[in-house]
Design a protein around this ligand. Structure first.
Ligand code: MN
Ligand code: MN
Length: 354
């Protein structure tokens, strides 16, 4: 790191960025950054260090766990515990929340995280990440499970690490979204992407198209129009991208725009969506909004959802402003009966588009 570069510590101490040298939130984020550095080194060892092993166990979501899922979960817990600022935590990998504080009012934060996002990409050496959300802990009592159920708009910080060709940390404390790259020579995060801004318009969409037959009509309509491109109402051609690692897909959108959809579908009626509200959708929604984008379920702002369960799922539509607004409009048209396309054979389940 050369002298004219801004390191993460200096950035988080800067009052102009909402920080202060003795700010506990800045200190917490530095602890998260240190965890990411250790994880990044572990992940980079790949198959050499046996990181790509699949386990027999399943997590609370019924998904197969990788050795790396559990190792990264243990690492986050260990680091946050020794850091002394985390009152309690919740993770994708654990059914129950974990209380770290011994008495009320001591450690100020609740940290909710997905320690390893995109773990199906681990055995094939494709980008993965970690996602985290920081909430205020109760000051007058020890946190109970219900204290975690705060709407995303109450997050005091959120971010993710991307373990890609370069390791990056992208975060917000509510004053813009900023990207840092890990300098392997100094082992410090360097501010490389200040004040990230998502373009309002885009011609790139990201969705798991294999679920097309399960989508609701408004999503079918939107994607059919994107695919029809210049031959239809959109009057321009679109590209599709899908890494199947939320961090990598959202990172691309923060870097150059686009729309990301993991909509509600009727594949499994017990699930409201695929992604988890509190450690995937909420932190990403805060980052996207702070970068000028929109994050929606298609029917409401993600950050306004009152959570009922730490592991609850939500539909996700986020990214470039004008595209997300269009998808919301299609949902509204459909819900108010203005859009007949749900009944038209053109957009039916057997549509030739999908
Ligand atoms: Mn995940
Ligand atoms: Mn995960």
């Amino acid at each position: 790191m050369s002298t004219h570069q801004t390191g993460l510590r200096a950035f988080l101490s800067d009052p102009a960025q909402g920080g202060a040298p003795d700010n506990p939130l800045s200190a917490l984020l530095l602890q998260v950054a240190d965890t990411v550095k250790i994880l990044s080194a572990m992940i980079a060892q790949g198959a050499i260090a046996d990181m790509t092993v699949k386990l027999e166990s399943q997590n609370v979501q019924g998904e197969t766990q990788m050795k790396l899922d559990l190792m990264s979960n243990d690492l986050f817990i260990e680091q946050l515990k020794s850091g002394g600022l985390t009152h309690g935590l919740a993770s994708e990998e654990m059914d129950e929340t974990v209380l770290l504080a011994k008495q009320p009012g001591k450690a100020p934060y609740l940290v909710i995280f997905d320690p390893l996002d995109g773990s199906s990409n681990v055995p094939i050496n494709v980008s993965i990440g970690s996602i985290f959300s920081v909430l205020q802990a109760p000051a007058d009592h020890l946190a109970e499970a219900t204290d975690y159920l705060q709407a995303g708009s109450r997050q005091v910080a959120a971010g993710y690490a991307l373990y890609g060709p370069a390791t990056m940390l992208v975060l917000t404390v509510g004053k813009g979204t900023h990207g840092f790259t890990l300098d392997h020579e100094s082992n410090e995060f360097v501010l490389t992407h200040p004040a990230i801004s998502i373009p309002e318009d885009t011609a790139e969409f990201a969705i798991n198209a294999s679920n097309a037959r399960f989508w609701e009509p408004p999503v079918k309509r939107y994607i059919a129009e994107c695919k029809a491109g210049s031959t239809d109402v959109r009057a321009r051609d679109f590209n599709m991208r899908w890494v199947a690692s939320m961090v990598a897909d959202i990172h691309r959108i923060l870097m150059r725009g686009g729309i990301y959809l993991y909509p509600k579908d009727n594949k499994d009626h017990t699930k409201a969506g695929r992604l988890r509200l509190m450690y995937e959708a909420n932190p990403m929604a805060m980052l996207v909004e702070q970068a000028g984008g929109i994050a929606s379920t298609g029917r409401m702002r993600i950050l306004e959802i009152e959570p009922a369960d730490v592991h609850q799922r939500v539909p996700v539509v986020m990214g470039s402003r004008n595209e997300v607004l269009r998808v919301e409009r299609y949902h509204q048209d459909y819900d108010t009966g203005k859009d007949e396309s749900g009944k038209s054979p053109f957009f039916s389940d057997r549509s030739f588009y999908m």
